[in-house]
Write a protein that binds this ligand. Structure first.
Ligand SMILES: NC(=O)C1=CN([C@@H]2O[C@H](COP(=O)(O)OP(=O)(O)OC[C@H]3O[C@@H](n4cnc5c(N)ncnc54)[C@H](OP(=O)(O)O)[C@@H]3O)[C@@H](O)[C@H]2O)C=CC1
Ligand SMILES: O=C(O)C1=N[C@H](C(=O)O)C[C@H](O)C1
Length: 250
């Protein structure tokens, strides 16, 4: 059976790549391309069963609520989500009007990044120190990246469960904030550099040894297998799913 797909943010870097991937995929048909200024409604969605949102953090949550109301399942790659915004989507999906609808939100659809996050959480309890460095193209509007936020959260949860203290750090003065930001108690550093696409390093240290876990997405095609998998699987899921790892057999 063919899955009819709408792309929201279709003119953007990711949205345009998703349009090409959907058009090239077997068993999918691209039926709508919406971008800034376009209304989200059953009419503009043109019979889509699944909508894919790659827009901007400021609008993605309201798009998702409008897409649920318009009767489609939603795959979201846009960043900027919080525990509170996830909660509002869960509540909406639990309402009788949204019966049968599902939403999958993933900060990163690239296999290398999803595995990196998993490896970082696995390693985190075994090292005294851990810091995350994310590196992106300079057109990115949010920092830290959604991937770094999720990585730090997974590291923090794994360390807390293992009873591991926070990383040692004797810094007393840092007026310029050069030690980076703290996400769930984990230091995160954001680099923006021309020529980059999407990269992340997790540095883990013990006396006398270091483990580096690195993911490099050189091209946006790296995200497409994950996006297409989510489009194929979303109809089998119920409610809100967070993270591509939830639909991979990891
Ligand atoms: N999960 C993942 O694997 C990945 C996630 N991302 C995330 O995806 C998001 C998009 O990234 P990217 O494609 O680089 O960004 P772009 O800025 O290239 O694309 C965003 C697009 O959304 C449009 N837009 C803005 N507001 C709306 C709206 N209300 N409705 C519909 N479209 C709108 C923009 O239009 P205009 O420019 O006119 O405002 C633009 O065309 C970011 O949050 C990024 O972090 C990126 C890569 C991978
Ligand atoms: O804006 C980007 O480009 C990316 N955004 C996502 C993020 O913030 O984690 C995913 C990937 O890193 C590319």
């Amino acid at each position: 059976m063919t899955i009819r797909v709408a792309v929201i943010g279709a003119a953007g870097r990711m949205g345009s790549t998703v349009c090409q991937a959907v058009q090239a995929a077997s068993g999918m048909e691209l039926v709508a391309r919406l971008d800034a200024g376009d209304e989200i409604s059953p009419t503009t969605l043109a019979g889509a069963q699944v909508a894919v949102d790659f827009t901007v953090p400021a609008v993605t949550e309201s798009n998702v609520h409008a897409l649920i109301d318009a009767g489609v399942d939603v795959v979201v790659g846009t960043t900027g989500w919080t525990k509170d915004s996830y909660g509002r989507v869960r509540t909406h999906l639990a309402s009788p009007e949204a019966a049968g609808r599902s939403v999958l939100i993933a900060p990163n659809f690239a296999l290398s990044a999803v595995l990196s996050m998993r490896f970082a959480a696995l390693a985190a309890p075994y090292f005294e120190s851990v810091e995350v460095i994310e590196l992106h193209h300079p057109a990115k509007v949010d920092a830290p990246s959604g991937t770094a936020t999720a990585t730090a959260a997974a590291i923090a949860a794994a360390r807390q469960q293992a009873g591991r203290d926070s990383s040692p750090d004797a810094t007393e003065t840092d007026p310029q904030g050069t030690r980076g930001g703290l996400v769930d108690g984990v230091r995160v550093h954001a680099v923006r550099l021309s020529g980059l696409t999407a990269h992340e390093e997790v540095l883990l240290g013990n006396p006398g040894e270091q483990l580096t876990i690195r993911t490099d997405c050189f091209d946006r095609v790296s995200f497409m297998p994950g996006v297409l998998l989510a489009v194929r699987k979303i109809g089998e899921r119920e409610g809100l799913t967070v993270g591509l790892d939830q639909i991979l057999d990891l």
